[in-house]
Design a protein. Sequence first.
Length: 275
Amino acid sequence: MQLSKKTIEAVRQVVTGDENLSPYRSGPKLVTLFNSYGYQNEYAKGFPSRWIYAQQKLDDMNGTDAMSKIICDVCDPREYMDTDFEFTAAVEYINKRLFYDGYEVVVEKGLAKIRSLHGADVAVSHPFRGSTEQSHHFIEEQIEKSERKIKDGDYDGAITNARSLLEAVLRELESRLDENPPKYDGDLPKLYKRVQTALNLSPGRKDIDQSLEQVLSGLTSIVQGLSALSNRMGDRHVRTYKPSRHHALLVVNAAKSLTNFVFDTYEYQNDKSQE
């Protein structure tokens, strides 16, 4: 995510809390925030001014996936609970500048996300952010790669990474839902059906509304279509059809939407079981 100098300066004001739009972050709190993105700084003697430190780190993060993540974090409504600030004011302040870079912050289901004004969703909400586990890192990697490859015009590669993202997410959830999951044989629709059943999302259930049944059946069709498209257009096999940008956007956004849905369903059912 590449931002202009003026936009980064606006993000810095929300990060530090110096614009009176967001909670104030002291030097130690800023270090803690940026260290969560992989830095290993210490707040000690000789530490620069807060705004200089934040500006340096944001400049360093510019052009990477970390930039979208930190914006989502500082615009997260939960950061504003029990404070005198409204997250909507911070979002509006940043969005006025992000507009010129082709992005906007949106809040969906209580979580902040970055969307491209050109139609590409560039952030996925998932519960593994910051995890050091290899499988979780792989999920982050596929999200970043699919987005970057669309921007770079590598539409074949973006489609391949979208499939890999969905595969990784479904395999991760299956491992959490089943202590002894079957070995994955590369059949994506079959994998989704197992996870779908474990999450009580099977369209054949007798206790669900007919309209919801149609939607759930549509999700199965999306997985089947995505699997077939990735085989025809992706770079894993001999390509039989050359994808265009709108094809890649369709596949990547479909994979991301389904990823968000299964994550939300898993978290909802997990929270419900602990009540």
